[in-house]
Design a protein around this ligand. Structure first.
Ligand SMILES: Cc1cc2nc3c(=O)[nH]c(=O)nc-3n(C[C@H](O)[C@H](O)[C@H](O)COP(=O)(O)O)c2cc1C
Length: 220
């Protein structure tokens, strides 16, 4: 079972948010002996902005920008559990993480991450933080990931947050063990699939790669 942790902090391994995610990661590894974990620090990666050319929709996930994004997206496709960690930067995820997510829109159009479980982690300097979890939950469910939960809070509560992260790790392990279904999220995915069915059908030529993916899935 592959766990992938993507940290959006520019502070790399020094990131407190990453340390929070590590608490969950260690708990999953304790409870699932077959767990293999990989951590990607976006701060170490060459990640450029989406240029909005639409090639990734026409030829599924192909991108004219030759940086490290396609490798990261491949890692996401290959994992069973995806965890995102981001500091709160001006009331949102870090620019590093947002830039990566902008490069992944076929994941959303085609719900390419169906069957995976996910979780999110955020820390703030003291201000609001829940919107980062809300944003990452919405992103993951849009991609087909079942969101097990998230932990966020101000750094003044770091010790308590670490305990919550450890508990969340246990919940993730349980979800995987029991192939848990989050029926409300599965219903949301079904509604979004209905919405995208019309979009994908109406852009059959323009988004040929995505149209083919939908056809292969039998969703059209
Ligand atoms: C550019 C920048 C923007 C930030 N914006 C916020 C913010 O909007 N609200 C807040 O409470 N803290 C903000 N902070 C503080 C960080 O969220 C906080 O220090 C966080 O714990 C850092 O996490 P890290 O160690 O994982 O990088 C900001 C810090 C930086 C450098």
């Amino acid at each position: 079972m592959k766990i992938l942790c993507i940290s959006g902090s520019p502070r790399g391994k020094q990131s407190n948010t990453f340390k929070l995610a590590e608490e969950a990661l260690n708990e999953i590894k304790l409870q699932c002996t077959d767990a293999e974990a990989k951590c990607i620090h976006l701060a170490d990666k060459d990640i450029r902005y989406c240029i909005g050319c639409g090639l990734c929709h026409r030829n599924l996930l192909q991108c004219p920008i030759k940086d490290e994004v396609s490798n990261i997206l491949q890692n996401i496709l290959e994992c069973d559990i995806i965890m995102f960690a981001s500091p709160v930067y001006i009331n949102n995820v870090s620019a590093q993480l947002k830039t990566l997510l902008d490069r992944s829109s076929p994941f959303i159009h085609c719900q390419m991450l169906l069957g995976k479980y996910g979780a999110a982690f955020a820390t703030s300097g003291g201000g609001p933080h829940v919107m980062v979890l809300d944003y990452l939950e919405d992103y993951m469910v849009s991609c087909g990931v079942q969101y097990v939960g998230g932990v966020s809070g101000p750094m003044s509560e770091f010790d308590a947050l670490k305990e919550k992260a450890k508990a969340l790790g246990g919940q993730i392990a349980e979800a995987v063990r029991e192939s848990k279904e989050f029926s409300d999220q599965l219903a949301t995915m079904e509604i979004r699939r209905r919405f995208f069915r019309d979009v994908i059908s109406s852009r059959k030529e323009q988004w040929a790669g995505e149209y083919e993916y939908w056809k292969e899935k039998g969703w059209l």
